[in-house]
Every structure is written in structure tokens, then in C-alpha cells.
Design a protein around this ligand. Sequence first.
Ligand code: ADP
Length: 442
Amino acid sequence: MSVSMLLRLAWRQSLIRLLLFYAFALGIGLALGEPWWALGLATAVLAARAYWRLYRVLRFLDWRKQLRTVDGQGLWAALETLIHRRQTENRNRSRRLVRLLRAYRQAATAMPDGALVIQRRDGRLVWFNKTARRLLGLHYPQSLDTPLLDCFPEQPRVREWLAAGQTDEPLLDLASPADPMVRISLRLIPYSATQWMVVVRDVTKLMRLEQVRRDFVANVSHELRTPLTVVHGYLDMIEPEEHPELAVMVEEMRRQSQRMTQLVEDLLTLSRLEAQEHLPEEPLAMAPMLVTLRREAEALSQGRHRIVVEDAAGCDLVGSVKELHSAFSNLVSNAVRYTPTDGRIVIRFERTADRGARLAVQDSGQGIPAQHLPRITERFYRVSTSRSRESGGTGLGLSIVKHVLSLHQAWLEIDSEVGRGSTFACVFGPARVRPREATGEA
Ligand code: ADP
């Protein structure tokens, strides 16, 4: 029965019963000659009954108890019926919620990946599943409320990663605290305003395959080096003047063997960079570096471009001099190679708003269509293969730049517009910046 119908019926029944009760009391009162006493007594009886029902309802409204039976009809019975209905609805809703929660927990527990919930504030563990227990060597319930960082006492990378709240980049290739042979990755997922979820994955197989791939490329490149040197050496011994009929062929063979040597060298550089976790922390004086870059640009350009160097930062950098030089040179060489004659190339060293520094190489060249930009730093990715080859490119330059920068916690910013030119900028954080030593130069 709907609530409004139930209430209408209850009101009607209660009023009729009230009238009948008073009529009955009045009848008896009149018969006994004391109608006022009889009416008073009837009112007292009604009040006592109302208090009794109120007491009963209040007692059952205690949250642990549920109204089981509903007595009689009328307004009190309607009130009890409504309370009974609400209680039943609430009870069913919480049962459903508990079932749902249990199902979620079972799903989370059965997940092949480890899952943990931690407090954002202090990284303390709130919950973890079975796989997380196995991968991180946690114990239930002793590990609850202990900081996640306690699992990684010798891996400062985890502390930095957690402090930075890096949700877009997983932390790859960590040794599992439970077994150093197992490699794990951690991913941070915003879970609620006060908590993170951490997903732990066993990436041992993936890392092994990656290692096999790296070793393979490094070994092949290394093995190719010696035969190439031999071929190169013999080609150098052939004098084109002595064999004019072979001159064109020898020239082409020399060019191709040089290209192969460059490819092998670039592949070896990439392998070396991939195998390294840290590079030397040397002071890098930027004023002489900019002079060198200008000289290299001019040598490559052979007077075909206008080359401008702007040194606006007034600071130096810290990092591997050799690798950073190779990264900057790559950008300068690209700018020259992909800018037509009479173009302008600006090499600018400047500060960033967050007190870091940025070396930008800007050209007025052909530019890169936007759809190529996300993939431009992949190995062998070229916008135009023929143009890259013609200009002596290996397709590995920007990959090397990206690797070198990432080893310096720096990154590459690319801004390009077809027909107007491109800007490739190496952006360094404040930690990589040092005040420039006075050199005494004017
Ligand atoms: P490559 O040896 O082919 O130059 P890179 O990795 O250095 O290889 O560059 C990848 C591709 O990016 C190039 O093939 C070229 O298409 C494009 N590119 C790089 N720098 C520039 C630039 N300054 N202007 C236009 N295109 C560029």
C-alpha cells in the first residue's frame, strides 16, 4: 500500500475510533450521572496509551533493534509501519553495499598485480592485496600503518618519486624487497583526496627481454665496427687517380661506408647511454661551449646560413661535458641540415622562469608537421627519409639527445611550424644550474 493511502486510512480510522471511544465514555458517564469524570478518565486512558506506544517506538528506534510487529491500526500503527519500512530499506541497502564491497575486495585481492592504498600525507599503508604482500615482502596485519618507504630503504629513487607525486610516469625496474632477482615497477594512481593507490607489477620478464634487445643491438654494432674499419682502410688505400675507371664507384663506397660507421657509432652511443644510470657531474662552462657550437655550426653551414649566438643566461651547467656537448651539437647539426641556404640559426642560452636554464636552437628551416612531433625522438623516425639520408643523418640524433637529457633530469621541448622553422630546446631544472665563474674576459 502506498504511504499516502496508508496515512489517509490511518487518520480516518483513528478519528472514528476516538469519536466512538468518547461517545462510549460519555454514555457510561451519563448513565452513572458523572459525565465529566467519565470524559476525564477516557482522556487519561488515551494519554497513557499514547505514552506507552511512544515508549515502544523509541525503544525500537535504538539502531540495533528493528520493529518486528506492528500492532493494530490507526496513526500509531501507521507510524510503526513507516519506521519498519525505512528500517528494512536501510538494512537491505547496507547489505547490498557490504556485498559490493566484499566483491571489490575479492577482485582486488585476486588481481595479478599488487595493489596498495597509502596515505598521501606520510605514505603509510592503509590496505594491500596478496600480490603486493608477495612482491614487497609485507605482512598482514603488522605492515599496516607502516610507511611504504620502509620497503625500499636503499632505493632513494622511490622517495623522490613518491615526493614528486608522479602519477603519469611509472617507476620502472626496481629490485623487489622480497627477492632482488625480481624486478618490479610502481605506478601511482590518485585514489581519493587523502590517499594514493600504488600498483606494483612484476616486470622481470619484460626487463630481461629489454636487456636481451639492448645487448643484441650493442653486440651487433660492436661486431660491425671491425669489418667496417677494415673496409674503410682498404678503400682509403685505393687512389682514384690510379684507377680513374673506378673513381665514381670508390667515392660512393667511401660515402656509404662512412655512413655505416656513423650509424654504428650512434648505435653504440645509444647503447652506452641506456646502460648508464648516472653520468659524471662536471662543471660545464657555457661560454666556451657556445663558442664551440658556433664554430661547429659555421663549419657545417659553410657560409650558407646566418648564425647568431645569444648568451643571456649568465650561468653555467653541471653534468657530463662530453654527452651534453654531443646533445647540443646534434641539435645544431639538425638545424643546419634542415634549413635551406640563407636561413637563420639562433643558438640561445637563457634562464627559465623557475630558475632553471634552457639551451634553444632555433632555425628558419622547413619545420615539422605537427603529426610527426610526438614520434620525432624515436629511433630511426624521420619526417623525410630521403632528405635525412641526403644530409648524412642516421635517424638516431634526437634519440641520443633525449637520452642524454633524461640522464640529466632535463627534457627536450620542440616547437615547430611548417614553412617557418623549428625550435629545439634543452630545458634544465634549477638543480643543474651553477653561477658562472668570472673569467676576467671583457
Ligand atoms: P636525422 O639523423 O635523420 O637527422 P634525428 O633523430 O636527428 O635524425 O632527427 C629525426 C628527424 O627529425 C629528421 O629526420 C628530420 O626529419 C626531423 N628534424 C630534426 N631536426 C629538425 C629541424 N631542425 N628541422 C626540421 N626537421 C628536423
